[in-house]
Write a protein that binds this ligand. Sequence first.
Ligand SMILES: O=C(O)c1ccccc1NCC(=O)[C@H](O)[C@H](O)COP(=O)(O)O
Length: 215
Amino acid sequence: MKLKICGMKYLDNIKQVATLQPDYLGFIFYEKSARHFDTKVIPELPETIKKTGVFVNAEIDFVIDKINKHNLQVVQLHGKETPKYCNDLRHTKLVSMPLPIKIIKAFSIKDEFNFDVLKPYETVCDYFLFDTKGKLPGGNGLTFNWNTLNKYPSTKPFFLSGGIGIEQIKNLKKFQQSIASKYCYAIDVNSKFETKPGLKNIEFLKEFKQYIITK
Ligand SMILES: O=C(O)c1ccccc1NCC(=O)[C@H](O)[C@H](O)COP(=O)(O)O
């Protein structure tokens, strides 16, 4: 199982977290977020860590500008971006890299979820991400009922997200044994590992990562 650590904000903390070698580090390019990444540069990271930009209903030109400026390899769309938007983004020629950008399309779940909404996105994004519906577009620190994913109709790999912290380890173990986890590609963590918005606790992350690798 891969690990994405989202909502990175502070340079020294980014460098420290990078030493844990997560698979993805997320940077939030959404001004209204307390984790808004408003620093000029992302520090140099090991090549194995995929730099992921998180956007909420942003103009495509804004997204492309951030991809090129920060050499992002992945974009996570956390708003009401349409399949056309994803397709357009995918077909944009980038200055920073020859390959199309990888796209994670996020969906929020509260109790029930109509999986039909995924269909038009099947061919225009690389991963789905399931988060918990809350007051904010992301980073709410709330979990949803993962059994909802028992009905996951797709074979597209997905990120499991929403309120995941150390206290979820037992539940994650159960989840990993369930049918719902068949296409779960990565675990996405954020606010449950923070001492303040955007500042991650290294010791907690270390403990959690060990679990992700070994179990
Ligand atoms: O974290 C934010 O502040 C945020 C704001 C706007 C859009 C997305 C945002 N986060 C995206 C993520 O991928 C989070 O990791 C995900 O929502 C789960 O967060 P949490 O419930 O705090 O674990």
